[in-house]
Write a protein that binds this ligand. Sequence first.
Ligand code: ADP
Ligand code: MG
Length: 253
Amino acid sequence: PPRGSPVLEVEGLRRAFGGLVAVNDVSFRLAAGEIVGLIGPNGAGKSTTFNLLTGVDRPTAGSVSFLGHRLVGLGAPAIARLGIARTFQHVKLVPSMSVIENVVIGAHLRGRAGPLRGLLRLDRAEEAQLHAEAARQLARVGLAEQADRPATSLALGQQRVVEIARALCLDPVLLLLDEPAAGLRHNEKAELAALLRRLRGEGVTILLVEHDMEFVMNLTDRLVVMDFGVKLAEGAPAAVRNDPAVIEAYLGS
Ligand code: ADP
Ligand code: MG
């Protein structure tokens, strides 16, 4: 999609767990080629929102439109194939596999038949194709030379980037990152920010949940702030950081 055109439109999104409303009438939009931060105190409903957008969980009410497709009711594989990829709050690499084998898992997800068919019955040509795609994405994120190392022998910052390479195998229009900078060293954060800016330059839209305010303020074009399930504020990082309601939410937590 052309830069600035609508990618995602979330309207009145709601998810109740019994009496607890984890996401309460949340609406926001994302435009092509922007990096938006979804921030808020613990328990605000950020991860639940990600789960609703990716079909891991279903909303109690509300609608989500992605490039004109209605997402509510679709399962996670269908949403992934439409072009929304994600990483999780905790690193989910398979420790016994190499870096590239972990990325190939993402390439499987791209196939129409899904990962199961891919893992069970794969001919040589298909296998080679997926491997080539994984290698291409590893090169894109700067990890080509680590391809054959055991995944968990990499530093945490590089493991996060392997997860991003795995997500990129879907050739996503929209990339959702749940706390990508958590636990990273200062220089790893700087490298991650540079990678995300580069992906933005290639036209990828990015929505990220992140607690590291310095990282968020330097990287994002716009922020959406949640607190107790509700959207508290939205706007440019500099404006949001001075919003009294946002300051109150953070000081009060
Ligand atoms: P955040 O990611 O912003 O820290 P979450 O989206 O994980 O917040 O959680 C929002 C609220 O919803 C929290 O109070 C959490 O305990 C609750 N919650 C999340 N998932 C579930 C679930 N599967 N069942 C019950 N409550 C949940
Ligand atoms: Mg969370």
